[in-house]
Each structure stands twice: as C-alpha cells, then as structure tokens.
Design a protein around this ligand. Sequence first.
Ligand SMILES: Cc1cc2nc3c(=O)[nH]c(=O)nc-3n(C[C@H](O)[C@H](O)[C@H](O)COP(=O)(O)O)c2cc1C
Length: 188
Amino acid sequence: MKNVLIVSGHTNLQDDSFANKLILEDVAKALPNASYDYLDSQYPDFKIDVAAEQKKLETADIIVLQFPIFWYSMPSMMAKWMEDTFQHGWSHGTTGHALQGKKLLISFTTGASADMYVEGGIQMFPVATMMTRFEQIANLTGMVYEGYVFTGGVSYAGRKDSEQVAAMNAACHNHAKRLVARIEELAK
Ligand SMILES: Cc1cc2nc3c(=O)[nH]c(=O)nc-3n(C[C@H](O)[C@H](O)[C@H](O)COP(=O)(O)O)c2cc1C
C-alpha cells in the first residue's frame, strides 16, 4: 500500500465544523492506515513545525488536502502551513525536489451549492476555477495533480434546519465514499 497523507486545513475542526469533521471521521474509519495531519489541533498558534511537516510530506506517496473553501481559497491555517513548509530549495527551485512525483488530490467543501458555481451565476465561476492554483502548485513542485473531490451546499445557515442537516449529513457521507474510492484508485 502506498503511503497516504491527509492534511486537514480547517481552522477549528472540533468546534466549528460540520462537513470536514464528518468527512474526515468517515475517511479515518475507512482508511485507518493513512496518516492524518490535523493542522488546527497541532498549531493553534499558527507556529508550524516545518521540519516535522516536511518529513510527513517526504514520506507520503499520495497527499490529500482536505479543507473548506474560505473566501474562494484554502483557509489561513492551510495557507500558513504551505507558505512555511513548501520552501524554496525543498519543494521548488533548482535544488528543491522533495515533492517530485507525489500525487496531489484536493478534497473540499463550499457553503454555496454546486449549482451556484456556474459561469454568470451568483458565484460567477465554476468550482474548477478555484483549483487552478493547486494545479499550478503541483506543476511547480513536480507533483502529479490528481484533481478534486467536491461537495457544495454545506453552509452554516443549513445547520439550524433538521431537513438541511439530514441532506448535509448524506452529502458528507457520500463525499467521504467518493474520496476513499479515489484514494484507493490512486494507491493501486
Ligand atoms: C470565513 C469563511 C469564508 C467562507 N468563504 C466561502 C466562499 O468563498 N465560498 C463558499 O461557497 N463558501 C464559503 N464559506 C462557507 C464554507 O465553505 C462552509 O461553511 C464550509 O465548507 C463547511 O465546512 P465545515 O462544516 O467543515 O466548516 C466560508 C465560510 C467562512 C467561515
């Protein structure tokens, strides 16, 4: 089995997450041998242990970034992790090859529903547009971009209504299933 590293970029998974928490719980049950890197619990002060994070990445064959979309991007927790850890001379630059050949899979959720993410809609662009940065990050660092698993419509507003909670619950379980299937496919 290939080494799978799942990095959670939520800023407060225990107290403020519905979707990412549920997805990660399901995935952890299905893939107990994967490594899980919960950034918020390790680095509540945003002080990243760069050497430790680089080591985790070096050991991985498949890197999964799991996060909610905040302002059309990854949350600050994950951005800080990447800014500190992906150093010139380590991940990129003429001597930086640490991530070369590793598979990169993105797994993310949005509050806005999938049908809002269309050209000319309220969200203006398809969700794939938000993934272009990850494709380029993979390109620059020599990783193989393996696309994304996405679930929309998991909003804060929906947490108050029992019907919406049931729908979000089902959507997150479904997301976890799709994510596990994709990881297993990549790990073959
Ligand atoms: C600071 C902040 C910014 C957000 N920005 C967006 C956004 O740009 N687009 C969107 O569809 N949802 C946005 N959302 C909604 C989150 O994506 C949504 O709540 C999250 O995916 C649900 O996952 P969780 O239950 O694990 O927190 C934002 C939420 C917060 C708190």
